[in-house]
Ligand binder design. Sequence first.
Ligand code: ADP
Ligand code: ZN
Length: 621
Amino acid sequence: MDKYGVLKKYFGYDSFREGQELLIDSILAGRDVLGIMPTGAGKSICYQVPALLLPGITLVISPLISLMKDQVQALNHAGIHAAYINSSLSENQIRQALRLAAGGRYKIIYVAPERLETWEFLAFARQAQISMVTVDEAHCISQWGQDFRPSYLKIVRFVKELSERPVVSAFTATATAVVKEDIQCVLDLKAPQVLLTGFDRKNLYFAVEKPKTKDGFLKDYIARHPGESGIIYCATRKNVEKVYGLLKQAGLPAARYHAGLSTEERKENQEDFIYDRLPLMAATNAFGMGIDKSNVRYVIHYNMPQSMENYYQEAGRAGRDGEPSECILLYSAQDVMVNRFLIENKEPNPEYGPEEILAIREQDERRLNAMNYYCMTTGCLREYILRYFGENTAAACGHCSNCQKEFIRLDVTEEAKKVIACVKECRGRYGSHVIAGILRGSNTAKLREYRAQERESYGSLPELSEARVKQLINHMLMEGLLYTTKDKYALLKAGERSEEVLEGRLQVVMRLPKEKPQEAGEPKKPAQKRKSDILNSRGLDLFDKLRELRLVIAREESVPPYIVFSDKTLVDMCVKLPFSREEMLSVNGVGENKYQKYGQRFQEAVYGYMEGRKEKLYFGE
Ligand code: ADP
Ligand code: ZN
């Protein structure tokens, strides 16, 4: 069988996605690879397909114990012999697994990095035929990344211990240049084929909302998306409890997750969510590492995260199955202050010296600012994200909340000049709050104390509201006309290009949302289609029937429903209405093994529902 055969038979897919083939071909040719792809792009296929074609065993090193279990379950259900070895197993179970592995039982073995140096494991690995070592979440090897794991350094030593060097393949979703260099270098990859695919997730709709009340927005949003699975991320445990209470009170099927709960409760709640018993989850960012639930339809951030890195990772847990999904950030200025406080009071890592601590603090500040600008920008949100991660995009996406708003362009050059004059007059000794106060001519105790009234620029922008002045300052920060010092005072200074403005060589133009009275809670329609736009009412009804069947099977087999079939696969069944084996095998996500396991039951359900007649249950041609 070739790679296409494997893809169809075990995974039920007809074609590879962008980049997958290149990496698979390289691996099969014996070359190391480094795949940098965003969450949901399909990294697993890149090593699972060659693992089945290589003669020996593939070891997958992953830091995420919960993910291992899921992945192994999913593989087993696809008819692939796989196992995992980590601290969740007893000594006996480990010995048993290693015995089976030595006997050639498994093609793929997931293993935690700590395990690599135990003599038992080494003894096994030395005598086995290891064709490939795959390093998942490879950024954990970099000290510059956010998730450095010292145990990852063991991988290199381990590979050297093997009698024959296997192919080493590494995968991550972190794209910064330092991390990329680190992975190649520290992992000692040999002339690797490096692939960096676009970070764009086309099926995600991005929005920043500034609702009157976040709670109102949340309840309204969830009510408009019944039966869908969603995550609500909050900054603190307290907020999680609040949101959880709110959802419970509204009778919604919600679970919660934060570090203040016992290990058992966290595990239980996580499973309730994964198994779709409680499809809504209110959680801190402690939740989600290794959650591979593919049918999360929306991720709402109740509070702003501390960096774009965090945001994109958390928001990216929506729509892993490729179906249209939404990522909504609820903004309030207070969140910025809370985050700043958290950064300032972060317990420094005792391993670092004062200089490193300072460097980290500055980096945190920069990241927070970039996050804040994301909430402020009136430009395309997707473009902002991609630019942040170092990708140049052609144009506005048309599929984010900013692209869908109407804006007016406003020439604010004269106002900008006054801001610059004020900053200069104050010699960069104040932050944006005081500067805004001076410009507006506010009469507060603090300004009196600074004797602000005596300044020439005092009250030079009296007609603008405080919010508007701050918006202007933010815009100028984003344009590089101003900058802030990197300490905690964030003092405003005039940037290099400010001279050009003062000399009249540079115009300052702001995009402002058109003030049109929007009806309360009016849903903004994403351009891309959700299943309710694809299927007509009978189609949706069949979809629900198939979902029920999926749940029954999932319970019988004690696996999460998405391991049986993804939502996308069920939608495709409602479109294709498979009555025969051939037709069922043409459905996206139905491979031979899954067909043998469940195909018949779904086929019968479809046939029964349609009473043997084909009829179009979807819109479009
Ligand atoms: P990542 O590890 O990059 O976050 P996954 O490997 O979990 O992503 O893949 C995300 C989803 O995409 C999974 O549901 C997977 O089955 C699906 N997928 C991967 N490759 C393909 C493909 N070639 N065709 C269709 N679906 C795919
Ligand atoms: Zn856009």
